[in-house]
Design a protein around this ligand. Sequence first.
Ligand SMILES: Nc1nc2c(ncn2[C@@H]2O[C@H](COP(=O)(O)OP(=O)(O)OP(=O)(O)O)[C@@H](O)[C@H]2O)c(=O)[nH]1
Ligand SMILES: [Mg+2]
Length: 452
Amino acid sequence: MKINDTIAAIATGTGPAALAMVRISGPDSINIGEAVFSGKVRPSAMESHMLHYGHIVDAGGAQLDEAMLAVLRPPHSFTAEEMVEITCHGGAASAGAVLEAVLASGARPARPGEFSLRAFLNGRIDLAQAEAVCDIINAKTGAAARAALERLSGGLSRKVAAVRESLLDAAALVESMIDFPEEDIPPADSRALVQKIDLTESQVKQLLKGSRAALVLKDGARVVIAGKPNVGKSSLFNMLLKEEKAIVTETPGTTRDVLEGWIDVRGIPIRLFDTAGLRDTLDKIEAHGISRARGKLEQADLVLLVLDGTAQITGEDETLIAETGKYARLVLVNKCDGPQYSNNKFDQSWLRISAVTEEGLSELEKSLVSKLTDGQGIDPGAAAAANARQVQLMEECLKHLETVKSSLEQKLSYELLASDLKAAIEALGQITGQTIGEDVLNRIFEKFCIGK
Ligand SMILES: Nc1nc2c(ncn2[C@@H]2O[C@H](COP(=O)(O)OP(=O)(O)OP(=O)(O)O)[C@@H](O)[C@H]2O)c(=O)[nH]1
Ligand SMILES: [Mg+2]
């Protein structure tokens, strides 16, 4: 991919804001800055990374906005190219007018993710780091942002590169064996090869093992509260949301529509749903709500089935306990603050909570994290595959390593082994982008936002 033009975009979000930024990257950046900026210092004479006050003007010299301009000289810029950043007033009109002036002076509108693509193509960051840039922008909790920042600073890339290096060593060893008959190969070399393959396999497995936690941190999870009417679903929803969003009354069948809200549970962004109590009903509106509730259950990453500990467990509860068994779920016995109905038989694993006194909240949070991460817990510093592409490539790498191992066991030819080893190395290379096609790159970067 050749880069020889200059791109520009508004890098900040839409809507009213104090400030906005227009970003320019490419060989004409400073020339364009000269054309649109009027201030004490000309952009071509500016020191790198220093802000200068002035005005943005159109081709006729009319002032469009007050602004600060910085020149970022290569290679010390985000794209490693010559860049200019103009900070102007926020809101659609001002930044739009500045961008128009920049485009009129010769820049081309940037495509989504094109600044990051250039940073990647110019070797400033690798592909896993570029993906992390996107993850930081989309992070919904502090822990998710920290995990993405760790990937941007190369946490995952370094691990992947180290494994790839080991495999390259193994490949060199195999190449050296190809020309020799089996009996001439020192047993120590064969052992070293097996050891290297085993070690890399366990390292890749480790990176995959943490992926469930990394993915849930990045993408969040859908958690649906369900149960029969009046067990305290909406009270639990409000408690977790820390807001009286749902109507709570002592009348069964209060909630009709599905309600939702975002919560942060120990770093995991959770989209929480409150639903209508599940029961047989002749009420047409309630029946609509119940069918919506069932629809939500189908899409849930985790179901919180709520029971009422102060009342006798009914056939309706039993049916729901059986029915929701097919989902990932936690069963919660609510109202543990009240007088408990003594003849109920509850499973040991069911959590006792109170949506009124918040008893059991900490246990509930702990169980939520554990369920959603397959018992891994959340560690923003841990390196792990953090998107479907990385997971797929690591799985591909493992598949090839398995073949290498079975070829070794069956004493098949080293040529065959070398080609599987190469495929494993290539899969890892695609994670960081060392070996990757243009079409794949375009597919990855088009998911980014404009200006990044
Ligand atoms: N003592 C006690 N009462 C609770 C608790 N949780 C809910 N309640 C009461 O139980 C009643 C029903 O609560 P809701 O939260 O509306 O129950 P729901 O499951 O959403 O009910 P529907 O929307 O009708 O399906 C209300 O009177 C609540 O105040 C709890 O933990 N302890
Ligand atoms: Mg309710």
